[in-house]
Ligand binder design. Structure first.
Ligand SMILES: Cc1cc2nc3c(=O)[nH]c(=O)nc-3n(C[C@H](O)[C@H](O)[C@H](O)COP(=O)(O)OP(=O)(O)OC[C@H]3O[C@@H](n4cnc5c(N)ncnc54)[C@H](O)[C@@H]3O)c2cc1C
Length: 556
């Protein structure tokens, strides 16, 4: 009898894979992001466009994207002991983490504006940072902390002389050994304790002078930190209560005699996202630290670091948002439903255009803030703008981005919710920037504090709006409205989020009017400032040129 069964492999030949978009890879994250190119240019980093394009190409390579995926898929493991029982307090990483760290440190995102200062250096770094966030945000934690630590380290000549050359190096050296034996070094921070993170004055960790005490002197520190990211790196700035009050200490992981400092890792945090990066709980038992600044002045010392890390939170969220919007746009130009590409379906065009507006506005705002970091020393106006707007921009960009990332996920349909793709990584990462380095309320209260201590800083903010006046009725009305908002000082604490939100949306509108194309600026002002908008994305008003907005943002 003739066999009726099909050949063995034919069972798998059930269908052709149709209508699935190609992976978004081997593209240039810089050149394909017109909002970012424009933001870098208008904020004084046009000179860096070739190096940014080179980094954008590296990050967009299939190889780098795969490293980012692997680093999140295989999170770090704590290695407390070696196999003979000796205490190690080490963290083991997947090779992909080291590859990604090699990229980011090689690009100098941890220190380039300090190592090679020039006009626009912080903005150029900021643009690269926005791109890096889209591929592997976990590696930005040690990068940011190192970047932020430099002004504080410069307060102590001996520490600066030994450590800054290693920090300025672009060599990523993961070895856990004394800094003298390393080609590069990274720095973290330890503030948050179990009983309080925002309210660091509640810290209970104690520091006693080992000798005479005072700036630059050695102290012995006992206590704990409840969040202590990157315990594997070379040193942390740590807050502890000295006899003169809460103080900031430089705590290297290896002591001058070559023995390990008494920093014990308790466990690694099991975080919702940020999987590639190790965050730990630690205890110090007679650990050694060197006082940075004066006793009792720990908060101002470490807050200086926090100013830079807050900038990075805004940049990181702008990057994560751009990553999600780029993926969503890529999807809708390829995917078809009901015989048409999704981009040709008016309601979907409305959704992705609305997301694109949010993304371009976030990027432009965050890079404008970075410009204030470039110019703060030379210009009192930029210094005032930085003081007032760093917490405001951090609050607003980090607050808006999660909603938009969720919408971008939905644009992908079911694929968006599957963790194999890039949306899962972006989605799990995106709430973090709003929480750490000062959560939302704390940022808004900081804005009020800046206004109270430096009432004239509001002039620096309005100076950004004035050149945009007379171009858009909704924007003009919002500027007038804000003046009334500031004039009313009743219940300011209760209204803090409301006031900061208005400040930031108006500033975004003004920046777009001045620096973007009319289709983007008009739609942003009509929806966000004119009130012709719904409560979800995809509610831009009738007559909006949604296709022009989507085409501008499409990553091609
Ligand atoms: C992944 C990750 C990594 C981290 N890494 C580090 C690290 O390396 N080093 C480090 O020091 N910390 C780190 N943190 C800790 C982080 O900075 C703190 O969690 C954050 O500052 C908030 O502190 P908290 O958790 O104690 O919350 P709380 O201070 O208890 O705040 C809880 C809530 O109350 C709000 N709130 C506080 N005060 C007020 C007020 N006056 N009015 C109204 N609302 C208020 C806050 O906005 C917040 O929403 C990390 C956190 C995470 C999630």
């Amino acid at each position: 009898m003739t066999a009726l069964l099909p050949p063995a492999n034919a069972a798998f030949d059930t269908h052709e894979v149709l209508n699935q978009p190609p992976a978004l890879e081997d593209y240039n994250l810089f050149g394909t992001d017109r909002g970012l190119v424009n933001a870098a240019e208008v904020n004084g980093a046009g000179w860096a466009k070739d190096q940014l394009a080179a980094y954008g190409a590296k990050l967009g390579s299939a190889w780098a994207i795969e490293q980012g995926r692997l680093a999140h898929r295989f999170p770090p493991q704590l290695k407390l002991f070696d196999r003979f029982g000796h205490r190690r307090d080490e963290v083991e990483f997947h090779p992909a983490w080291h590859n990604i760290m090699g990229l980011i440190i090689g690009e100098g995102l941890h220190s380039a504006p300090w190592a090679d200062p020039k006009p626009g250096a912080h903005v150029a770094r900021a643009a690269a940072y926005v791109m890096h966030a889209q591929i592997e945000p976990g590696s930005q934690c040690p990068t940011t902390m190192t970047y932020g630590s430099v002004p504080a380290l410069k307060r102590d000549a001996a520490i600066a002389a030994e450590w800054l050359p290693k920090i300025y190096s672009r060599s990523y050296d993961p070895a856990m050994k004394p800094v003298a034996q390393k080609s590069g070094a990274l720095i973290g921070m330890g503030m948050t304790e179990k009983q309080g993170g925002s309210d660091v004055r509640a810290n209970t960790t104690r520091a006693l002078p080992a000798g005479a005490g005072g700036p630059g002197q050695e102290y012995v520190i006992t206590g704990h930190k409840w969040f202590f990211s990157c315990p594997q790196i070379d040193a942390h700035l740590v807050l502890a209560q000295a006899p003169g009050g809460l103080s900031c200490f430089f705590m290297p992981h290896w002591l001058p005699d070559g023995t390990p400092n008494a920093i014990r890792i308790q466990r690694l945090k099991d975080k919702v996202g940020n999987k590639s990066n190790a965050s730990s709980e630690v205890e110090f038992e007679n650990a050694h630290g060197w006082l940075l600044g004066e006793e009792g002045r720990g908060v101002p010392t470490i807050i200086e670091m926090g100013t830079y890390t807050r900038l990075d939170c805004a940049l990181g969220s702008a990057g994560l948002l751009r990553g999600a919007v780029a993926q969503a746009l890529h999807h809708v130009y390829h995917r078809r439903a009901f015989q048409r590409h999704l981009i040709d379906q008016p309601l979907m065009t409305n959704v992705v255009a609305d997301l694109a507006l949010e993304s371009e506005a976030a990027t432009l705002l965050a890079l404008r803030l970075a410009r204030a970091f470039d110019r703060a020393e030379a210009s009192e106006q930029d210094a005032a703008f930085r003081r007032l707007c760093t917490p405001a921009v951090k609050y607003w960009v980090c607050k808006r981005a999660p909603n938009a990332v969720v919408e971008a996920m939905e644009v992908h349909g079911g694929n968006g919710y599957v963790d194999e793709g890039p949306l899962g990584l972006l989605y799990k990462e995106i709430p973090l920037n709003s929480i750490w380095e000062g959560s939302g309320n704390v940022m808004c209260l900081d804005v009020l504090r800046a206004l109270q201590k430096h009432p004239d800083s509001i002039e620096a903010y309005f100076a950004e709006l004035i050149p945009a006046r007379g171009n858009d009725k909704a924007l003009d009305a919002a500027i007038n409205d804000l003046k009334a908002e500031f004039a009313d000082t009743a219940e300011m604490e209760h209204r803090a989020r409301h006031v900061v939100e208005k400040m930031m949306v108006t500033l975004q509108g003004a920046l777009l009017v001045r620096h973007s194309i009319p289709a983007v600026a008009d739609a942003f002002c009509a929806s966000r400032l004119g009130g012709d908008w719904g409560r979800a994305f995809g509610t831009l008003p009738k007559g909006t040129d949604t296709r022009a907005i989507a085409d501008r943002a499409r990553p091609v």
